[in-house]
Structures are given as C-alpha cells and as structure tokens.
Design a protein. Sequence first.
Length: 212
Amino acid sequence: MTALRDYVQWLRRYDDPDSPLSWRLRTVQQSLRDELDARPGPVDIVSVCAGDGRDIIDVLRTRPDADRVTVVLLEAHPEVADLARQRARHAGLDQIEVRTCDAADTGSYVGAVPADIVLLVGLLGNMSHDDVSTTIAATPQMCGPGASLIWSRGRDLDDINDRVRREFAEAGFTERAYVASDRRTRPAVGVMRYDGPAVPLDPDRRLFTFFR
Ligand SMILES: C[S@@+](CC[C@H](N)C(=O)[O-])C[C@H]1O[C@@H](n2cnc3c(N)ncnc32)[C@H](O)[C@@H]1O
C-alpha cells in the first residue's frame, strides 16, 4: 500500500493566501455561497474526502441562515476529522456531522445522500484515471434532483479535465461553471448540476484508492 501524504501537515498550505490551494479554496467557497443563495429552504451538503471542512464551515459561519443547512463530512484521517469537528464547534455549528470513515466505501454514504450539494474537492487528482471514472459514474447516487456538484482537479501532473467534464455530462450532469488557474499546481474547479434521474445508493461498492 502507498504511504499517503501527512494530511495534517498538508493543511498548512492554506496558510499562504497566494498558494494554488488558497485560490481553490476561495473559488470553491464562492461557488458554495452562490449555491446557497440560489436555494431557499433546507439544504443538505455532503463533502467527500472533506479534510478539515474549512470550505463549508468558514462559509456557514458567516451566514445568518446557516441553520437551514445540514452537512455531512466524510474524512478518513482521524486527526483531520477531529480538526473538522473542532472547527465546526468553534464556529458554533452543531448541524455538521463528521464521519471518520472511508469515503471510497459507498456504505459510508448511507443516510447522507442524496444531497443538494456534493463536494468532490481535492480527490480526483489523487487517484488513478480509472478510479476517477468509477467515482464520477457513482456520483448520481450522491445527488438529489437538481443537486449541484462542485469538483476540482489540478492539472500539474496531467490534464484530464476535458475527459472529467465529458464523463460528468455522460452521467447526467450539466456544466454550470469551470474555472482554471495557472498557479503552480494549475488547479481547476467545476460546478455541475445533476439533471438525471434519481439513482438509489448501492452501499456495497468501492470507488477509489488514494495514491498520495
Ligand atoms: C487533498 S485533501 C482535500 C481535503 C479537502 N477536500 C480540501 O479541499 O481541503 C484530501 C483528503 O482526503 C482524505 N482522504 C484520503 N483518502 C480518503 C478516503 N478513502 N476516505 C476519506 N477521506 C480520505 C485525506 O485524509 C485528506 O484529508
């Protein structure tokens, strides 16, 4: 098995506001704000490989309507998951459930999907191309009707983002936005809307393996 990065240490890259990661964070957060503004009433969010959840938590902590939003964060690293819990607690948000779990195992999504907003941020560049396709093909099971899915993939190692966009389209999504930066890791963020039929969750599948 490949040793993964130290993801507690990795979070420090957010300390530099000029890092590609900080660009990605701001882009994801703006998309999230836009989505919340466009959706009155209760909203359910799921974040896959959520890290410390700062993308969602730091948006919600500034919103007077945060209590209409329910969040499930799926994160495998126990310490990182604890950081997410602490962050939610400090923000005074008690509607955030942090599951310390393997998000590659579809059983981890039981009771959390279908969601209104799904985040796939910071994972599609850390798995094989085949796993990217398998994961995209499974995303209709995560999405309620008209759900939005926010995804990212850096283009420094390779650039398969046109293929990623096409595979989302084949899975029933319509692209709403795609923005890319030429900062060091060449990050890109896309926003998709799910226009396909409801697909029940198959809780016995494996989607991906992180290689770094
Ligand atoms: C690149 S970070 C992205 C974190 C977050 N989405 C962000 O944008 O800040 C990837 C995260 O995925 C987590 N991770 C790796 N494999 C996982 C798995 N199988 N299930 C859940 N989380 C996983 C890592 O621990 C790490 O926190």
